[in-house]
Write a protein that binds this ligand. Sequence first.
Ligand code: S5P
Length: 465
Amino acid sequence: MSSTPISLKLFEIGAIKFGSFKLKSGIESPIYIDLRLIASYPELLKQISQALLQKVNRETYDVLCGVPYGALSIATAMSLQSGCPLIIRRKETKSYGTKQVIEGVYQSGQRCLIIEDLITSGASILETAKDLQTAGLKITDAALIIDRQQGGVQHLQKEGIRVHALFTLPEILQELEQQGKLSSDVVQEVLTFLENQKTQVPQQKRILSYSERAQLATNPVAKKLFALMEEKETNLAFNPDVSSKEKFLKLVDLVGPFICVLKTHIDILEDFDESVIIELQKLAEKHNFLIFEDRKFADIGTIVQMQYCQGMYHIADWADITNAHILPGPGIIEGLKSAAPNKDRGLLLLAQMSSKGSLFTPEYTAQAVKLAEEHSDFVMGFICQQKLTDDPRFVHMTPGVHLASSGDAIGQQYNSPEFVIGTKETDVIIVGRGILQADNPSEAVERYRKAGWQAYQQRLEPALI
Ligand code: S5P
């Protein structure tokens, strides 16, 4: 269809203005674009949504989703005209919320067409795409009104998203010049401005490798862990949650070569005695893995000190890593830290849980990050479901991982290694029954190791923001 009417109307309603404008970044711009104005002109909205519908093959998508908030009205208009159902992405809960981010009716595996008004770097579309993918939707295409031609289209292409734009910004400028609305000087000024901006976006954001993070970590166990992950090429932690010591030790010997961390629930063993610890330490030495007692401490400082160092298990003597809830406040961290002063020990804070209906809130999770930053000599990272901080010193360890199941009957929820390491950007997958209950555990442990490691390697490829 002819581009004239739409671009001219955008100019007439003031959605594209020329002059001198101070942008949020402080930069002076000769052009200002505000496509949210379209919502106030129903005829134009209709015309634009029709043009967008014609741009993309209807066979390629099942649902529509507009990038909040600018494109919500456009996506709604497209839904009304095409009869294609609409879903809505909430913007507010995107940080580390466990709340519903995508509203509406959809099924995992359905294809969603993303709608946007304007593309610059592509970051907003990508953010929306990530949330939709997290919800199980497939994203292959995005339709939008104006491409500023500043690298966004190429950026999205690299992420596997095709962009269908009604116009590029230079096309609009040309049209307006032909219609006598702009002088060639203004067109030239805007084109030069756009060209200069292009070199600024998008920027490269390099993802640090585990070995680079080993250099940066402030906790000695985190340092060791990052280094041994790189050395053994594994980001797999295994928990043999069994009750007999013989079975436990046999399993540990079997999986030892493939894991970076062996996670225990030592109080599950019915025939526990000191020999378990002696054998476990020998195996840790033999196969080069760290031991993590998943004790989930949750009491006041003085009590956790005793639970950590005394009683039947003397956890602090043999477990490189343990974990704690932060519900009682910072005293629990200080208590545990002071209980093992002369040893290299690391603490993981429970910041999120995998179980259905867990009561962790985004505020609580944010508090865990804050406490980790304040105790970074002892706190080495988090038990969580997604990356919580860009601080490279902290290890993100994620349970609830399974290649074949989506959960158990009493609340456990599973994700794949690819999703956890690739999409949620955590560092270590914790796998129990996925390996334990497999027909062939020694084959399964290698399968999980490989899946986790490949997802990490893919993430390392330079990403654009
Ligand atoms: O949120 C959590 C935190 C932990 S530490 N969800 C979990 O499932 N875990 C632990 O991970 C749990 O105690 C168990 O040892 C392991 C998951 O085992 P799986 O058999 O379900 O893989």
